[in-house]
Ligand binder design. Structure first.
Ligand code: FPP
Length: 254
């Protein structure tokens, strides 16, 4: 059996079980991957983009509805200017090169994060792709860019406070639902499953509100090496979990 056939067989087997509706990914290890090969860090990011493509194809085949990838955090500006510039250029290149493919696959792309703080060129490319793909419903693909979970919650709290101050919302109307409605992910289901690559055991300010009940999966694999098989291993593990959301399961186990 060819590797592609083996992947397809695995996908079909997994589809018989529960598939996470929303997967979040903290893509880590691009820099180390490059350094290990004596390459510039940016080469690692470029290889990381290819891993994003592999994951996109696999989640679509699995029937996942939402995918959120952490591409640039509010803290990543601390990196050397050349790396930040390179990452931004890579994003523009990706958006421009992939628009047709995203359309062909019915992908709706959305940037989550403080877009106004991104370079003009990135903003323009994002606007074009978001506008063009906004009616697609095959896969909702969020790219977290200039994103910070705390910043997102503060922004939501301010938006609610403004409405209370203006008299259009009462204090009692500040609820989990109304706050979630002010997040970048408004209207989307919370991630069921969060994956982090490269052996780190951290959340790094990613989807803090949304991940309240997410299952976590950590792997030593560096992001550029992350394969369709790695994703399928992760899903197979997810299917063994017993999600109780703070309640008890049928056997009465807390
Ligand atoms: C973390 O690796 C990775 C990033 C900060 C950037 C992730 C960006 C991409 C994969 C490319 C853009 C994405 C899209 C959606 C086109 P690191 O540099 O922190 O690795 P290290 O910990 O080994 O140094």
């Amino acid at each position: 059996m060819s590797h592609a056939d083996a992947i397809e067989t695995r996908i079909n087997q997994l589809k018989a079980g529960s598939i996470p509706r929303h997967i979040g990914i903290i893509m880590d290890g691009n820099g180390r991957w490059a350094t290990l090969r004596g390459l510039a860090r940016l080469k690692g990011h470029r290889a990381g983009v290819e891993a994003v493509d592999r994951v996109l194809e696999t989640v679509m085949a699995l029937g996942v509805d939402y995918l959120t990838v952490y591409a640039f955090s509010t803290e990543n500006w601390k990196r050397p200017t050349a790396e930040v510039r390179g990452l931004m250029a890579l994003l523009v290149e990706y958006l421009d090169a992939k628009l047709d493919k995203l359309m062909a696959n019915g992908v709706c792309l959305k940037a989550i994060g403080d877009k106004a703080g991104l370079p003009e060129k990135v903003q323009a490319s994002l606007k074009r792709v978001e506008e063009k793909t906004k009616a697609n419903t095959g896969l909702y693909f969020n790219i977290a860019l200039n994103y910070g979970g705390r910043q997102e919650i503060v922004r939501a709290a301010r938006a609610l406070a403004e409405e209370v101050q203006a008299g259009s919302r009462s204090l009692e109307e500040i609820t989990e639902e109304s706050l979630a409605d002010k997040l970048y992910t408004a209207g989307q289901p919370d991630p069921d499953f969060i994956i982090r690559s490269s052996g780190e055991f951290r959340i790094s300010n990613f989807m803090l509100w949304q991940m309240a009940y997410a299952e976590l999966w950590l792997t030593d694999t560096l992001w550029p090496d992350f394969s369709a098989d790695d994703l399928l291993d992760a899903i197979a593990d997810y299917q063994k979990r017993n999600r109780r959301f703070g309640g008890i399961d049928a056997k009465g186990k807390v």
